[in-house]
Design a protein around this ligand. Structure first.
Ligand code: NAD
Length: 277
C-alpha cells in the first residue's frame, strides 16, 4: 500500500517520502559529492542545510532550486569548517531554523599533493582540520540529541585513501584513515542507540576537487594532465571510470533509510574495484 501525506485540508496529496520531516546537514555541499548527496536526501523528503564556500549568487540559486524541485526547506551556512567556533555557530543556526539534526553527512574536504618533505605545514594543518577534526566537532555536538530521540544517521565521506595510500598525499591519507577510525568508534559507542555511523570510501569521482588535482599531480610528477588521468588517477581503479556524485548520493540515501538500520561501523568502498586488489 502506498502511503499518502495528508495536506491541511485532510485530502491526500503527494506520496510520503522516506525522509519526510528529517533534517539533514551536509558539510561541503555547495559543490561536488556534497551537493549530490544533498540532492539525493532532498529528493527523499529531507530538509537540508547546505554548507561550503562559493559565489553567493550561485549558492542562493542552488538553495532555491533544490527547495523548489524537491518541495523541502533548504537553508545555507557559510561556516568555515577549519574553525571549531564556526562549526558551533553552524549547528546553532541549524537548530534555530530546522530543529535538531537527524542526518549528518561529514563531507567537506580539501586536498593538497606534494612530496612529504615539501609538504607545507599550513596545508597539513588545514587538511587535518577540515577533513578529520570537523567531523569530530559535528558528531560530538549532534549525537546527544540523536541518542535522546533514538534515531540518527551519520555518514562520513572518507575515501579509498582511507583504506590504502598513494604517494604525495600524506595529509589526505592520514586524515581519511582517521575518518574511518572515528567512524568505527562512533558506531560502537552508539550501537544500541538507534544511531548508525558509516564511512563511504569513493575512488575517483568526477568533481571540481579532482579537476584541481589533475593540474597538481601533473606538476608533482612532471607529466602532462592527460597522462595524470590515465596513468595515475584511474590506474588503480580497475573499471577505468570515474564514479558519479549520484552514485554516492544514492548510497548515502540507502544508509539513511530504515533498510540501513543494521549497517554501522562499515567502510563502504565505491571505487570500481580499487581496494579489492
Ligand atoms: P569539491 O571540491 O567539489 O567540494 C568540496 C566541498 O567542501 C565544497 O562545497 C567546498 O566549498 C567545501 N569546503 C572546502 N573547504 C571548506 C571549509 N574550510 N569549510 C567548509 N566547507 C569547505 O570536492 P569533492 O570531490 O566533492 O569532495 C567531497 C568529499 O569527498 C571530500 O571529503 C573528498 O575528500 C571526498 N572524496 C572525493 C573524491 C573524488 O574523487 N572527488 C574521492 C574520494 C573522496
Amino acid at each position: 500500500m502506498q502511503l499518502l501525506a495528508a495536506d491541511t485540508t485532510g485530502m491526500s496529496t503527494a506520496p510520503a517520502r522516506p525522509l519526510d520531516g528529517k533534517t539533514a546537514l551536509i558539510t561541503g555541499s555547495t559543490s561536488g559529492i556534497g551537493l549530490g548527496v544533498a540532492n539525493a536526501l532532498a529528493a527523499r523528503g529531507a530538509n537540508i542545510v547546505l554548507n561550503g564556500f562559493g559565489d553567493p549568487t550561485s549558492v542562493e540559486m542552488t538553495r532555491q532550486g533544490m527547495a523548489t524541485e524537491h518541495r523541502v526547506q533548504v537553508t545555507y551556512s557559510p561556516a568555515d569548517l577549519s574553525d571549531p567556533a564556526a562549526i558551533t555557530e553552524m549547528l546553532e543556526f541549524t537548530w534555530d531554523v530546522l530543529g535538531p539534526v537527524d542526518i549528518l553527512v561529514n563531507n567537506a574536504g580539501i586536498q593538497h599533493v606534494a612530496p612529504i618533505e615539501q609538504f607545507p605545514v599550513s596545508k597539513w594543518d588545514a587538511i587535518l582540520a577540515i577533513n578529520l577534526s570537523s567531523a569530530f566537532h559535528t558528531i560530538r555536538a549532534v549525537l546527544p540529541e540523536m541518542v535522546e530521540r533514538g534515531w540518527g544517521r551519520i555518514v562520513n565521506i572518507a575515501s579509498a585513501h582511507g583504506l590504502v595510500a598513494s604517494p604525495f598525499k600524506s595529509a589526505y591519507v592520514a586524515a581519511k584513515h582517521g575518518v574511518i577510525g572515528l567512524t568505527r568508534t562512533v558506531a560502537l559507542e552508539t550501537a544500541q542507540a538507534g544511531v548508525t555511523c558509516n564511512a563511504i570510501c569513493p575512488g575517483y569521482v568526477w568533481t571540481p576537487l579532482v579537476e584541481k588535482q589533475i593540474a597538481e599531480q601533473a606538476r608533482a610528477h612532471g607529466i602532462p594532465p592527460g597522462k595524470v588521468v590515465s596513468d595515475i588517477l584511474l590506474k588503480s581503479q580497475p573499471n577505468k571510470q570515474f564514479a558519479s556524485v549520484e552514485e554516492i548520493g544514492g548510497l548515502t540515501a540507502f544508509l539513511c533509510s530504515e533498510l540501513g538500520a543494521s549497517m554501522t561501523g562499515a567502510a563502504l568502498a565505491v571505487d570500481g574495484g580499487w581496494t579489492a586488489q
